[in-house]
Design a protein around this ligand. Structure first.
Ligand SMILES: [Zn+2]
Length: 170
């Protein structure tokens, strides 16, 4: 029984039909041409490739709520550094991030209050001090023993108001 929700995705499918008319990336492989991986937030205001002047094929993009370094980010970075050409990793949270605007308990309480669902079995990994959290995350990657040798890791905060990334000493 066909069950793809065509109506809900009609705009995306129509746009894709246009996109493929001028598709120009068919020669690319999965190796990151610029050797870069960016770990950033799911925030819809961030276009990670554009932010650093890159395009399809150039970089690996890893995203989650708050740009946090989780087990799954580490798993992905290990694969990226051995198999997919990644030699530098930029951890890039952003200003005005919802994950840095409230305590873990407040977000659980908000969802409980508005939707009646108890989400406390999840850890959302909110941060109260974004710079401090970034330092912890950058150093977590730097200290991770399974990454390929010679990988360089940096942290920077992206400003959603003007598009600027500001490097942070970690
Ligand atoms: Zn965010």
């Amino acid at each position: 029984m066909p069950n793809f929700p065509h109506e809900e995705f009609a705009d995306a499918l129509a746009a894709n039909a246009e996109y493929i008319k001028s598709f120009k990336y068919s020669e690319l492989t999965g190796v990151a041409q610029q050797g870069l991986a960016i770990v950033t937030c799911m925030d819809s205001r961030i276009n990670p490739l554009s932010v650093v002047g890159m395009r399809s094929g150039d970089a690996k993009i890893l995203r989650n709520a708050g740009a946090r370094v989780t087990e799954d980010v580490l798993r992905t970075l290990v694969l990226a550094t051995y198999l997919l050409g990644v030699k530098r990793i930029l951890i890039m949270p952003h200003t005005n991030c919802r994950m840095a605007m409230g305590e873990e308990a407040d977000i659980h309480a908000l969802i409980q209050q508005e939707h009646g669902v108890d989400t406390r079995s999840l850890e959302f990994r909110t941060v109260s001090d974004q710079t401090k959290a970034l330092k912890i995350d950058v150093n977590r990657v730097r200290a991770y023993p399974l990454l390929n040798d010679g990988v360089v890791v940096g942290g920077a905060i992206y400003d959603v108001a003007n598009g600027k990334i500001t490097p942070v000493d970690c």
